[in-house]
Design a protein around this ligand. Structure first.
Ligand code: GLY
Length: 368
């Protein structure tokens, strides 16, 4: 059974909508009903009618099927957070995605440590776990932190204890492929240790394509027909990170943020840049001040670059790292933005399931 967490205003909206009495309401009345303050009484915001918000799920590039799953659940009336977590669970369970959950790349010691956060717009509640080991679905554990405790964030051994108390099964999350990638990294990354690099013919061809150190993650945001918003971010974090390193994903305002009256924003990419800029909070704040999602996201990325220390910038002042933001505004518009393009993000809405191009500050040179 799906547990729903509609706010009082959402329930009221739904009941009004179900009674069929809202179709002719003005945008002002609509925004008042949904709890969205108009810019001024004389200048109502032109929001869609209650019950007419566009169902949608948007996600990072790796979340195409996740958005499809979330959308199906939204269409069946699921709560936005439950729908978003169900989508993310698909990717956490996928051993072939080495950025999230089972199969995620491990830390420096070969141990998979996961971070995740969930945020529920209608109640403005959230839960998160960080440096969680041996549990493949950290987003589900984060939801329980939100529902069952008076806390927002549990870390490490405490998070594992909490998950086990709730019946989550422990398992080794290091897949054979992730172990080989990690081993290759150990054999090759240092010039002053005792590891020797393998001969070229000894390198597993399946593993070769993953040698670049990276920060992969999934973010997924969902909007339902009454305009409620929720989102989830889940990750194994920076590959080969220092044990105990926590990135942006489980930190509210950095890896994700929702204001149910304004919009949602979440991120993938260099977590440290997000932690230093609270980029997801900033993205929502930019939308609250009137920018559409694309402009809001690009403004945040420009601020991230402006505040970055010189060692992280190239000789043209561009970021040497990447960062992507995924935004939905309360009016149902959305965007994905990235420091470097071309990049894409996943969307499912009434027009179907697809990748869309991110708007980017810089373009990578095409390989010859
Ligand atoms: N954005 C994921 C991380 O840095 O951990």
């Amino acid at each position: 059974m799906i547990k729903t967490e509609h706010s009082a205003s959402s329930r009221r909206l739904f009941l009004v909508s179900a009674a069929g009495g809202v179709t002719g309401l003005s945008a002002l009345a609509a925004s008042t009903l949904s709890g969205v303050a108009p810019a001024s009484a004389a200048e109502p915001r032109s929001l869609p009618q209650p019950g007419r918000f566009p169902l949608k799920a948007i996600s990072s590039d790796n979340g195409l099927e996740a958005t499809r799953k979330a959308y199906e659940l939204l269409a069946a009336g699921a709560d936005t957070l439950d729908a978003a977590i169900a989508g993310v669970t698909l990717v956490e369970d996928d051993p072939n995605d080495n950025t999230v959950g089972l199969g995620g790349l491990p830390n420096e010691n070969g141990v998979v440590q996961l971070d995740a956060a969930v945020m529920h717009g209608p109640t403005h509640k959230a839960g998160a776990v960080a440096a969680l080991e041996r549990i493949r679905n950290p987003a589900q554990v984060a939801r329980l932190v939100m529902r069952q405790t008076d806390h927002v964030l549990l870390v490490g051994a405490g998070a594992l204890e909490f998950a086990c108390a709730n019946g989550f099964q422990e398992q080794d999350l290091l897949t054979e492929r992730a172990r080989k990638i990690w081993l290759y990294w150990k054999q090759t990354h240092g010039a002053t240790d005792d590891w020797l690099p393998p001969a070229d013919e000894e390198i597993d061809p399946e593993v070769r394509q993953y040698f670049k150190r990276h920060t992969g993650t999934i973010h997924l945001a969902a909007m339902n027909a009454i305009g409620d918003l929720s989102c989830v971010t889940s990750t194994s974090g920076l590959a080969f990170k220092l044990p105990g390193r926590v990135g942006d994903s489980p930190i509210l305002g950095a890896g994700l943020f929702v204001d149910n009256q304004v919009g949602s924003c979440g991120s993938t990419g260099r977590g440290e840049a997000n932690l230093l800029n609270l980029s997801s909070y900033a993205g929502v704040e930019q939308m609250r001040q009137g920018k559409p999602p694309r402009e809001a996201g690009l403004a945040v990325l420009r601020d991230v670059v402006r505040r970055s220390e010189p060692r992280l910038l190239d000789d043209q002042g561009r970021a040497k790292f990447d960062l992507k933001l995924y935004l939905i505004a309360k009016d149902g518009t959305h965007a994905g933005v990235s420091l470097w393009g071309p990049e894409k993000f996943a969307v499912t809405d009434a027009a179907g399931t697809r990748h869309e191009a991110c708007e980017s500050l810089y373009q990578r040179e095409a390989k010859a």
